[in-house]
Ligand binder design. Structure first.
Ligand code: ME8
Length: 514
């Protein structure tokens, strides 16, 4: 991991339509990691955005009788608004139609041409507009695009080519020797397998339409949309406009992508960077597909579901938690309403929500809602010690899981602490202590520990369920925002005696099935 700015990205999504659960899946994962790193005290830069050039967007606009920019201007707010609703904390949002992107992209390609990395040739072959990708006949399944099941178009054009084939050995070497360069491992092996079959040069311009960045050396061509889009990761942090900033932020620590676009990110993109002598991203992480009925969820197959539809019932927290916890990150997974209700009710409404409700209401009932004196060293018993240790351990495990880019494991570790705190309540039975005046101080000690447990949980859960964490923080009478806090504030003994807690409605109201 680099030590400077932690730079994390999502793909920039095609704006031929509104976002569906698949897009939100990648963005939530990136947001979880970004928030977690911020809580670790890291300086983070989190980028997302939209991919607006190319034939696919052009056709979408034409179908609606609009110019491409009219169309993209009208649809981009639908994307930003979903990210807001999902509590996504991106620091920047790049659109490939912005001047800060288009200028540097044109210069980058011109520069490669000047260096002899790009030459003019003729392309004859197959192209899938949905993927915006070239295919060989061997790539196809029954003559159709393996991603979309549609027939690719035959094109024959004079195109400029990038000398991609030159980089095959350097790429193989990188992926053989660097386990973190592509994650998870199964994807690294897939890419290595394909690279060992060799690489052909890549057509990087198109002449049959003009919706894109024009090639400076030959403005009758527009730059191939992927060569344009991939550069968002560098142009957004100052490449070609603010070199100081670029040097500070680049390279990216993690490019999050779905496995459908790993080839572009792990072969074409690094080769382009190598050709320019620029550092390569630390990790490209390719996760699996969200599926509906055993197939990849997608707009083109009309299986795309809007995140808003689920947030109405589960809220943004329930939404974020479910996808990160239920589908083992890295693998394909199916989504179902039933499993979502179940996960929400068990983990959020019962385990976490009830714990918060119970602890705050017991402090209300037994201690007039006020945090008691901090327990002294000799007031701490074994069970208290093991509660504290469980939080230390959970944070340690969460951090290790985040280093492994495994949100699912991080959440399992976090809920280990939630369960330990619930078990502690049962063990120490504050309601029994409350009946015995001689146990008054013991009652205070256990409720202090539980209040501290909640404070720790607010910190630990804020990367995944930020709304509830913020509300819990407020109910615990803590100042500032939990998102401005760091894990340095974990531990037991800092909650100030005399702080007044506030009771409230359940943080996660139960959802009735059906
Ligand atoms: O490919 N399950 O954009 P795109 C999980 N513009 N993730 C899914 C998914 C699913 N069913 N469907 C989509 C593009 N995704 C290019 C990217 S980057 C320089 C250019 C997510 O709108 C996943 O991250 O087709 C996938 O890689 C991405 O959306 C594709 O988004």
């Amino acid at each position: 991991m680099s030590t400077g700015v932690f730079y994390v990205t999502t793909p920039i999504y095609y704006v031929n339509d509104v976002p569906h659960l698949g897009h939100a899946y990648t963005t939530v994962a990136a947001d979880f990691i970004a928030r977690f790193r911020r809580m670790q005290g890291r300086q983070v830069w989190f980028l997302t955005g939209t991919d607006e050039h190319g034939q696919k967007i052009l056709r979408t606009a034409e179908e609606r009788g609009l110019t491409p920019i009219e169309w993209t201007d009208s649809i981009v707010p639908r994307w930003t608004e979903v990210w807001e609703a999902l509590q996504i904390t991106n620091d920047d949002f790049i659109r490939t139609t912005e001047a800060r992107h288009e200028g540097p992209v044109a210069r980058f390609v011109q520069d490669l041409y000047d260096k002899g990395e790009i030459y003019l040739g003729t392309y004859e072959g197959l192209y899938c507009v949905q993927c915006e990708a070239f295919y060989t006949p061997e790539d196809l399944v029954d003559g159709k695009c393996p991603q979309h099941g549609t027939e690719p178009e035959l094109i024959k054009e004079d195109n400029y080519f990038f000398r991609l084939s030159k980089y095959v050995d350097a790429l193989i070497e990188r992926y053989e020797t660097n386990e973190r360069a592509i994650m998870p491992e199964v994807r690294r092996n897939e890419i290595l397998g394909k690279l060992r079959q060799g690489l052909e040069d890549l057509s990087i311009s198109r002449v049959s339409f003009d919706w894109g960045v024009k090639l400076p050396m030959d403005p009758s061509h527009v730059i191939y949309v992927w060569v344009d889009a991939l550069q968002n990761y560098t142009t957004a942090v100052g490449y070609g406009s603010d070199e100081e900033r670029f040097a500070l932020v680049w390279p990216a620590d993690i490019h999050f992508v779905g496995k459908d676009i790993l080839w572009f990110h792990s072969v074409i993109w690094p080769a382009m960077l190598m050709a320019q002598g620029l550092p390569l991203p630390e990790t490209v992480y390719a996760h699996g597909f969200l599926q509906v009925g055993g197939e990849k969820m997608s707009k083109s197959k009309a299986t795309g579901i809007s995140p808003h539809d689920l947030m109405e019932t589960f809220g943004s927290d329930g939404y974020r938690y479910y996808f990160m916890r239920e589908i083992s990150f890295g693998q394909d997974g199916s989504f179902s309403w039933e499993s979502m209700v179940e996960r929400y009710n068990f983990d959020l409404a019962n385990d976490l929500g009830n714990l918060c409700q119970r602890v705050i209401s017991m402090i209300g009932r037994y201690l007039d809602g006020v945090v008691p004196q901090v327990p002294s060293y000799d007031e701490i018993r074994d069970e208290d010690e093991s509660l504290r240790a469980a939080f230390d351990k959970a944070l340690e495990q969460m951090s290790a899981a985040v280093d492994d880019i495994s949100p699912t494991e991080a959440l399992k570790a976090c809920w280990g602490a939630v369960r330990r705190a619930n078990a502690y309540v049962e063990e120490v039975a504050p309601w029994a202590l409350a009946k015995d005046p001689e146990q008054r101080r013991r009652l205070e000690v256990v409720l202090y520990n539980l209040a501290e447990g909640l404070r720790n949980l607010a910190l630990m859960t804020s990367p995944i369920t930020p709304r509830a964490a913020a509300e819990l923080w407020r109910r615990l009478g803590l100042s500032g925002e939990v998102t401005d806090a760091t894990f340095e504030m974990m531990g037991f003994g800092t909650l100030a005696p005399g702080t007044r807690l506030e009771a409230g409605d359940p943080l996660f109201p139960r959802i009735e099935a059906g």
